[in-house]
Design a protein around this ligand. Structure first.
Ligand code: FES
Length: 102
């Protein structure tokens, strides 16, 4: 095994894009909403000068909110539930990713 320096010095955000079939017993974040949120988070992170943050799509993060999209911060021990249409949620996630208190 070889290793290389990690360029993501500000960490990683994992955005759930899991979508269950209609009528499934558990809710899901949704492929479209998750992908849209990922795109927004990338744009906002760049605009905020957070260039060492990686924003990646993920499958189910085992939170499965009835509303919103689950976003995990790595490293970290919490998952945020984010409304992709709420600008204050987007800003809060960027601040959270930078380690700012919420
Ligand atoms: S479906 Fe998104 S966390 Fe489970």
């Amino acid at each position: 095994m070889e290793t290389a320096p990690c360029p993501w010095r500000d960490g990683v955000l994992l955005v759930c894009i899991n979508e269950r079939a209609p009528g499934a017993p558990k809710p899901s974040c949704g492929r479209d909403r998750g992908a849209a949120l990922r795109k927004l988070l990338k744009q906002r992170a760049r605009a905020a000068g957070v260039d060492g943050l990686r924003v990646l799509e993920a499958s189910c993060l085992d939170v499965c909110p009835a509303r919103g999209v689950a976003v995990a911060r790595v490293p970290g021990d919490e998952v945020a539930i984010v409304d992709p249409r709420d600008d204050s949620d987007i800003e809060a996630v960027i601040a959270w990713a930078r380690g700012a208190p919420r």
